[in-house]
Design a protein around this ligand. Structure first.
Ligand code: MG
Ligand code: ZN
Length: 344
């Protein structure tokens, strides 16, 4: 996946997960402010100051609301910063405008302000002043929303993308049936044996905040040597026994030229769209080169559980990590994200 493809996919995920009810609540506040003849004050720092300026134009010219952004007057902004300090520039500016209950303060901010962490303290001071005046507050924020989300009357929070551990099935979650050194899936539900370290390894990843998504090639369905119902029954048993969030299956063979048969990354990309996953901060765990390659093509870090199979392809693949078991793979990931108990 190219950077642009990834960027667009992630942008689509963010839009899909926006909360329309929270956005409607902001619209209601804006409409009410206009009805009451109140004024709209838009606060933002950095890129959000530019958005504030643009929004002032649109709300005045297109929506007929009397709107201002304190950052639009460079003289006052710099004079206040110089004389009174950055932390109080918005509050000082709003005091001169004598905020009232009919007005609305709208914040554009990624962090939303946090007094303890000294993140955008000028937003925090301005919002405390607004609250004291009975002025209503709206926000459009990211991350956890910060102080803005805590005090706002309406505030959609743009969700942070989630991270996932993608897990191959056979040889990772359950024991692969090995014949002549090569791994095969269990051919019946009775043959399914969950690997003993799978529950605790998955629990550790889940506790660290990872979504757990199975991604498995089951070409025997296309080859006519296995029924889809048996594959689905085995998957259902795994989903019931393990803390997995989802299991995506490719039932095709090479000749089908699908986009989901690993080493193609289609299953991971489909899961990313379905669950709002940031692939670049996610991991793929598998026991064959096709798993490693699918993970890398999706933009994930890839970990190989090396069971020493007699198969070609492993030499040419370059996993980010190579381990001997799922519990070692989980420890490797936790170590990589700084949540480990030491080197696995
Ligand atoms: Mg496997
Ligand atoms: Zn497929």
């Amino acid at each position: 996946m190219s950077f642009v493809q990834k960027y667009l996919a992630e942008a689509g995920q963010v839009v899909e997960r926006l909360d329309p009810i929270a956005i409607d609540a902001v619209v209601d506040l804006l409409a009410d402010t206009r009805t009451r003849g109140g004024r709209l004050f838009i606060l933002g720092v950095g890129g959000s100051a530019a958005n504030a300026s643009h929004a002032v134009n649109d709300f005045r010219k297109l929506a007929g609301i009397e709107a201002y952004a304190p950052t639009d007057n460079v003289s006052e902004l710099t004079a206040r910063t110089n004389d009174e300090g950055w932390a109080s520039v918005f509050e000082g500016w709003l005091r001169v405008s004598r905020l009232g209950p009919g007005d609305l303060v709208l914040v554009f901010s990624v962090g939303g302000g946090n007094a303890e962490k000294n993140v955008s303290p000028n937003l925090v001071a301005a919002l405390q002043y607004a609250k004291g005046r009975g002025t209503r507050i709206a926000g459009v924020v990211g991350r956890d929303g910060g102080y803005t989300a805590q005090v706002a009357n309406a505030c959609p929070v743009n969700p942070r993308p989630r991270t996932a551990a993608f897990l191959d099935r056979d040889g990772v979650l359950n024991r692969a049936i090995v014949r002549n050194g090569r791994p095969y899936p269990p051919s019946t539900l009775a043959e399914l044996q969950i690997l003993p370290d799978a529950p605790s390894a998955l629990q550790a990843l889940k506790a660290a905040g990872f979504l757990l998504i199975g991604v498995t090639n089951q070409p025997d369905v296309a080859r006519g040597t296995q029924r889809r119902e048996v594959v689905d029954a085995i998957n259902a048993a795994l989903l019931a026994a393990l803390p997995l969030d989802d299991m995506l299956v490719c039932y095709h063979d090479d000749g089908d030229a699908c986009d989901c048969r690993k080493p193609r990354p289609g299953l991971l990309i489909r899961a990313a769209t379905r669950h709002g996953i940031d692939l670049a901060s996610s991991f793929m765990i598998g026991d064959r080169w096709k798993d490693v390659e699918a993970g890398r093509r999706a933009g994930c870090a890839a970990i190989l559980i090396d069971h020493g199979y007699a198969e070609s392809g492993l030499d040419g693949c370059s996993p980010d990590g190579a381990v001997r078991s799922l519990s070692e793979a989980a420890a490797w990931i936790l170590n990589r994200i700084g949540r480990g108990k030491g080197t696995p």
